[in-house]
Design a protein around this ligand. Structure first.
Ligand code: DAH
Length: 343
């Protein structure tokens, strides 16, 4: 039978060979149980100490313990090494480039036109007006005839109309809501009507086939030109600031008498003249006037008893003025680089 030192040497040799073949923590754990477990070879060597001579026992015991410590230390080192290797492998699999730019989150916003319409609604509702919506597709009666445009009236040529059929058209202005409101409600009437309008026009930096207006209508007993002037002046200074320079000048629309147009000093060129204001220094932002008696009559309102004023605001014009936008086409192009300038 081999001596104890020989057995220890052989055991160490076998262990080292098996350890070299271990490639993962699990195998290492199995090996550990095999060598250091209760039924392992070290334990059997300990048992055999019983057969030793009493004087040899301390020395032999020490040899076995030294081997045990050696194995334990090998296990510890291997366990640490394997753990690092396994982690490395895991990290390789889950590799993440922390220098990559983050995924951008886009924040939506209201369209600049919608923002201005909301502001206008706020100002007028504070003054006691309510919001009324009218149809985008309407009849000749509401868009023209009810507004005192006779069939052959030259004013119809001013607005190139999109006809959908002989009777239905895309409204050319929000003034159609005036006639609907008058027919449906009894005065006093104090409404604004925001909405889309359509005209068969050449598209340029200043005009488009598709645009927005807000119609204003106030009908009651004893409404005078002073009410029109005060209301619209107050509105403009709330919208554009006290400093905005405005001018009211006489104009003609078939549905008002007298009629007027309101201009604002061109913000783009500060009045010195540019492409936007056609070198006049002024931008027309709305038409207004006292509601024509014929229009009141078409709306079943007695002009002897009631009077009123109306106005139609061009929202694209106003927005261009307020935000210094130089081309009306930008509003419908949906270019995110343009839109994100108005958070
Ligand atoms: N409807 C006119 C247009 O589109 C604007 C307008 C002018 C509306 C005078 C009004 C008004 O209510 O009184 O050009």
């Amino acid at each position: 039978m081999a001596s104890l030192p020989e057995q220890i040497g052989e055991l160490r040799f076998r262990f080292m060979q098996e350890l070299q073949e271990v490639s993962g923590s699990k195998d290492l754990e199995t090996l550990k149980v095999k060598y250091l477990g209760k039924k392992g070879p070290l334990q059997s060597l300990m048992q055999e100490l019983r057969h030793c001579l009493p004087e040899e026992r301390p020395h032999s015991g020490k040899l076995i313990n030294d081997l045990k410590e050696e194995l334990v230390s090998h296990f510890e080192h291997s366990a640490a090494r394997l753990k690092t290797q396994e982690q490395d492998r895991q990290f390789q699999k889950e590799w993440l480039d922390a220098t990559l730019p983050g995924r951008r989150q886009f924040r939506g916003a209201l369209h600049p036109i919608t923002q201005v319409i909301h502001r206008i609604i706020d100002i007028f509702t504070e003054m006691g007006f309510s919001v009324r919506l009218g149809p985008d597709i309407d009849t000749d009666f509401f868009n023209f005839e009810g507004l005192n445009f006779p069939p052959d009236h030259p004013a119809r040529d001013m607005q190139d109309t999109f006809y959908l059929s002989n009777h239905s058209i895309l409204r050319t202005h929000t003034s159609n809501v005036q006639v609907h409101a008058m027919q449906e409600c009894k005065p006093p009437l104090r409404i604004i009507a925001p909405g889309r309008c359509f005209r068969n026009e050449d598209i340029s930096a200043r005009s488009h086939v598709f645009f927005h207006q807000v119609e204003v209508l106030y009908i009651d007993k004893n409404v005078t030109f002073a009410d029109l002037f005060a209301t619209m002046d107050e509105f403009l200074s709330k919208l554009l600031g006290e400093k905005a320079e405005t001018r009211f000048r006489p104009s003609y629309f078939p549905f008002v008498e007298p009629g007027l147009e309101v201009d604002v000093r061109c913000i783009s060129c500060k009045g010195s003249g540019c492409r936007i204001c056609k070198h006049s220094g002024w931008l027309e932002v709305f038409g207004a006037g006292m509601v024509h008696p014929n229009v009141l009559r078409k709306g079943n309102i007695d002009p002897e008893e009631y009077s009123g004023f109306a106005a139609g605001l061009g929202i694209e014009r106003l927005t261009m003025l307020m935000r210094d936008i130089r081309d009306i086409r930008l509003f419908t192009e949906n270019d995110i680089r343009f839109l994100e300038q108005f958070p």
